[in-house]
Design a protein around this ligand. Structure first.
Ligand SMILES: Cc1ncc(COP(=O)(O)O)c(C=O)c1O
Length: 375
């Protein structure tokens, strides 16, 4: 059987990884400034993570959500403590799309309404309502277009107020910092005003922190730069360093009912062990402050490259904008300089999403490589 060919692939085959590096089958070493799509948070094969997962696998890997699983409570407690979101409840699932799907479903249950407000260039995943709330016609099939979604430009509060005035909105969903769309973000004023109108109209505000969360932005959640309290927060990517997991943080004002949400695999023992070990390492190694330190260094050093038009994003969720398409540059970085970076729907933007424990030397390697390619 052949694979259903949906991914354009770079011809690189990683076979082992450690920290900020991966090695291919010829033992060529690559610096990973992409973290497999913003997923690797505590570094590849972190020994604490590997150990906890191995121990869990030896003990019990999986049982259904019909039995007690204290690892879920441990995860919720540690996540609440580290994120400062103690007063939320946690629902566990398996991916980012699933987290947004459940968040939108919950909002629709609560309001009894179905229209969603999302934003231009948003990416929220590839399943039913999540993909409908994603601003990309090419990945929406006719079945997804049954959902009612209105896309608005970021930072235009009057349009948000106008839509919410129609009294048929189930949820407003917004990324803390846009990922796939190209690192645009709402201003603090905009986030605050969106929160205000959502509160006034009793419309749940969903913050998609799937990519921008877990310390990547230099705060635990990117929305924490804006001093708001969303009703629902979705998480995935960096949460378990590559082990599939997602989560929905739900405001105390929404009450759970048996059967309202559910999943077979979500919150299984192995996924919880992986996610707990990530939180332990984020705390023990003070990775959020490392993100800020390395990010500041990056922002200083990148100034030396005259071809860079703009740097977008925060922390270690960065986009470097040029006035040319970066496809060829990314290829040169991989094949000549052995450095992984990312792209986005903005073809002129190079995306940097490294493990959160990279250091200044790694950034210096990248800056030198960029200088050499662009000279
Ligand atoms: C902001 C955001 N939301 C949702 C998703 C979907 O996550 P997943 O691919 O785990 O379904 C992504 C993935 O890139 C994302 O960046």
């Amino acid at each position: 059987m052949e694979l259903f060919n949906v991914y354009p692939l770079y011809n690189v085959t990683p076979v082992k990884a450690e920290g900020a590096y991966v090695w291919d089958e010829n033992n060529t070493k690559y610096l990973d400034l992409y973290g497999g799509h913003g997923v690797i948070s505590i570094g590849h094969t972190h020994p604490y993570y590997v150990n906890l997962l191995k121990q869990q696998l030896d003990a019990i890997g999986f049982y259904s959500n019909s039995i007690q699983n204290p690892l879920q409570q441990e995860l919720a407690q540690k996540l609440g403590e580290l994120s400062g979101c103690e007063n939320y409840k946690l629902f566990l699932c398996n991916s980012g799309a699933e987290a947004n799907e459940n968040a939108l479903k919950l909002a629709s249950f609560e309001t009894g309404k179905s229209r969603i407000v999302s934003f231009n260039n948003a990416f929220h995943g590839r399943t039913s309502a999540a993909v409908a709330a994603t601003d990309n016609k090419n990945i929406n099939a006719p079945i997804n277009l049954q959902q009612e979604v209105t896309f608005l430009p970021l930072n235009d509060i009057e349009l948000v107020i106008h839509e919410l005035g129609k009294e048929d909105i189930a949820a407003v969903i917004i990324e803390g910092i846009q990922g796939v769309g190209g690192l645009d973000e709402g201003t603090t004023e905009f986030f605050k005003e969106v929160q205000e109108i959502c509160n006034k109209k009793e419309v749940p505000l969903i913050l998609d922190e799937i990519q921008s969360g877990y310390g990547r932005s230099g705060q635990f959640f990117a929305f924490q730069y804006h001093n708001i309290q969303p009703d629902i927060i979705t998480i995935a990517k960096g949460m378990a360093n590559g082990f599939p997991i997602g989560g929905v943080l739900i405001s105390d004002k929404y009450k759970a009912k048996f059967g309202m949400l559910g999943t077979t695999f979500g919150g299984n023992h192995l996924a919880c062990a992986a996610a707990i070990s990530v939180l332990d390492i984020l705390k023990k190694e003070n990775l959020v402050s490392n993100v800020n330190e390395v990010s500041n260094y990056f922002l200083e050093e990148i100034k030396a490259i005259s071809q860079v038009k703009k740097v977008k994003g925060k922390g270690l969720m960065l986009g470097i904008e040029f006035d040319f398409e970066v496809g060829e540059l990314r290829k040169k970085l991989i094949f000549d300089k052995h450095i992984f970076t990312g792209g986005s729907s903005n073809k002129n933007l190079l995306r940097i999403l490294p493990p959160l424990n990279i250091n200044k030397e790694h950034i210096a390697i990248f800056i030198n490589a960029l200088k050499e390619i662009l000279k």
